[in-house]
Design a protein around this ligand. Structure first.
Ligand SMILES: [Mn+2]
Length: 254
């Protein structure tokens, strides 16, 4: 049986409300069921949760079907990576201990089937967005995280879910393609290519499935999101393809 590597991100579980998030979670579990027989490695590349913060002894409620499925897959020998997104960067050791997942904080470079992959959620990379880049440093600083850990869960998780409800996905704005020279992650990828060769750059965060030719035998694949597209990428040992699950929209881009 062929062994594939799967990449998905931006499930944003938790928004816009409980009912829709639960439906999305069911869809994700159906997808995981469908890929499990051929999956050797699964890369969850950030913003799996629209808000996540774990205390030493407390974790947010919900999303147990996804966690149970991931635990089952991990127990069956499938290696699972969980990238920190801008919405769920506060994961600590809960999933490591409970599920056996590996947490990835920033970029991860891997080689599979003779191909080099540059993997990152995609936040804080490329030109612009200096306000977010500063916030990211603050949010990720151990001191700020320690301060937040002093806030009781009733208040801390309350603030988090109120803040998460205001995220751009909750308002469901339509993303448009800016053109390869203006897609900041494509610009960032091209910069990286000046220093080293990568066959594939895979990012999330953009919320728009993209498959762009960067030249020099390199491609930038954005794996989209799961509110509108149900998009993911699969590497079969030879080729990387961008795919859509169930009713996910097929977006044709030049
Ligand atoms: Mn996102």
């Amino acid at each position: 049986m062929s062994k594939n590597i799967y990449f998905a991100s931006d499930f944003h579980l938790g928004v816009p409300n409980f009912e829709q998030s639960r439906k999305r979670e069911d869809r994700i579990v159906r997808w995981l069921n469908s890929i499990a027989p051929t999956c050797s490695e699964l890369f969850l590349m950030g913003d799996v949760f629209d808000f996540w913060y774990e205390y030493k002894l407390v974790v947010p409620k919900g999303f147990i079907r996804l966690q149970g499925k991931l635990a089952e897959m991990s127990d069956a020998g499938i290696k699972i990576y969980f990238f920190k997104g801008n919405h769920d960067m506060w994961v600590n050791d809960y999933f490591i201990k409970e599920i056996g997942i590996e947490i990835v904080s920033d970029e991860l470079v891997i080689e599979r089937g003779g191909k080099r992959f540059f993997l990152h959620h995609g936040d804080g990379l490329g030109p612009g967005d200096s306000k977010y880049k500063m916030l990211r440093k603050i949010f990720r600083s151990p001191f700020c995280q320690w301060l937040f850990s002093m806030v009781p869960p009733r208040i801390g998780l309350g603030i988090g879910s109120a803040w998460s409800g205001r995220s751009r996905l909750a308002s469901n704005t339509d993303e448009v393609f800016y053109g390869i020279d203006h897609e900041w992650l494509a610009v960032y990828a091209k910069e990286q290519l000046m220093n080293a060769h990568y066959d594939y750059f895979i990012f999330g965060h953009r919320h728009l499935p993209l498959d762009l030719d960067l030249g020099k035998g390199s491609r930038y694949v954005n794996i989209g999101e799961w509110i509108n597209f149900n998009s993911y990428a699969v590497f079969d040992g030879n080729e990387l393809s961008l795919k859509y699950f169930e009713k996910g929209e097929q977006v044709v881009l030049v």
